[in-house]
Design a protein around this ligand. Structure first.
Ligand SMILES: Nc1ncnc2c1ncn2[C@@H]1O[C@H](COP(=O)(O)OP(=O)(O)OP(=O)(O)O)[C@@H](O)[C@H]1O
Ligand SMILES: [Mg+2]
Length: 333
């Protein structure tokens, strides 16, 4: 099957431009690298691949190539005092549960003895203050130059939300947003930190690329829901970090299945295991699945995420298992 698809794509693009052909059950994702986007070619490929038996859906994705030579000069990394390792929690698409995952993972890392910090870099919708229960609290500065990190539930944290008014739409773009993030990150007294978790803005645009170049990331975790559309964006997320040479620690499938809070019945409303298959295809680790459950939402909304509020629960354990995998990957690397 892969050969047949390759033959079709090969009519329009050279072998060097075909980065990957992913077959996930009845759907196919063709990833092209460094090729000019051409909607006529995309349509032709989609149409022809769909005629193969057993294939219903086809998506053609364009990414930039990862070469031995860096595509651009490696810019200077931001220096964050006292912080040993930094990991990104990212998603190609908004609303997949990136912040919920970042907060619970940070708490799980702390519960495993890591001195942990959580930095909320999501300029579009900073939600860490709400999830950790310090919404509306202004950061303290003793010397008029630096801020003290918030210390809630055993982790240090700071949010870009501390600088912006929640009700005002954010009008910063590109370099201004990145400048604000750099300033905040470098002007906070973090103390001694083993792992800093960064809740990234969703997507793979300029701001996200700049952050992944400037922050000295030890690795990135990609959060996705099981739907095709989210998975396509997860692939983009993986490719973005690869492009700037940030190792991928793995993919997490969030809202993996629905667990009824009343009867405990499990329903796979968005399909299942798509993230696991995508991870295998991209040759990156699959870190685990988190169900869609009311308790996870309710605890995060109330400012005490489930890993803090119910550390013995099955959901907290799922985050703890993922955190353990992250710690061992960081220790290996
Ligand atoms: N596993 C889950 N079970 C139940 N609810 C969840 C789960 N994960 C996230 N949610 C809920 O889904 C909503 C979106 O989650 P969250 O804010 O973490 O997503 P996000 O990817 O950070 O979104 P954004 O792109 O807006 O920053 C929130 O209300 C959150 O409580
Ligand atoms: Mg968020």
């Amino acid at each position: 099957m892969e050969e047949q698809i390759k033959a079709i794509v090969g009519k329009y693009y050279s072998e060097a431009e075909i980065a990957n052909i992913g077959i996930f059950g009845r759907r196919v994702i063709v990833t092209l690298q460094n090729a000019a986007e051409d909607s006529a070619k995309t349509e032709a490929i989609e149409k022809e691949v769909k005629t193969l038996s057993g294939i219903d859906k086809v998506a053609v994705i364009h990414t930039a190539v990862r070469t031995a030579q860096p595509l651009f000069e490696q810019p200077q990394k931001w220096q964050i005092r006292g912080v040993k390792k930094i990991i990104a929690v990212a998603s190609g698409k908004g609303g997949v549960g990136k912040s919920t995952t970042a907060v619970n993972l940070a708490l799980a890392l702390a519960a495993q003895g890591q001195k942990t910090a959580l930095f909320d870099a999501d300029i579009y919708g900073p939600s860490v203050p709400t999830m950790l229960g310090y919404e509306g609290t202004a950061p303290v500065s003793y010397d008029g130059k630096t801020f003290e990190a918030f210390e809630y539930q055993n982790i240090k944290s700071m949010s870009i939300g501390a600088l912006i008014d929640r009700e005002t739409p954010l009008i910063w773009r590109g370099s201004k947003a990145c400048g604000a993030i750099e300033q905040l990150l470098t002007e906070v007294n973090w103390g001694e930190i083993d792992v800093m978790v960064v809740d990234m803005p969703p997507g793979t645009g300029d701001i996200q690329i700049t952050l992944s170049q400037r922050l000295n990331f030890a690795g990135a975790v990609i959060v996705s829901t099981p739907q095709d559309i989210a998975l396509i964006d997860a692939v983009k997320g993986v490719n973005m970090f690869r492009r700037v040479d940030v190792p991928i620690l793995g993919i997490i499938e969030n809202m993996s299945y629905y667990l009824c809070p009343h009867c405990g019945e499990r329903a796979e409303i968005f399909g299942h295991a798509g993230a696991k298959e995508t991870a295998a295809r991209l040759d990156v680790p699959f870190l685990g699945e988190i169900p869609l459950h009311m308790d996870i939402r309710a605890h995060a909304d109330s400012g005490r995420p489930i890993v803090s509020a119910a550390p013995q629960s099955a959901h907290a354990k799922a985050y703890m298992d993922i955190a353990a995998k992250i710690v061992s990957a960081l220790n290996r690397g």
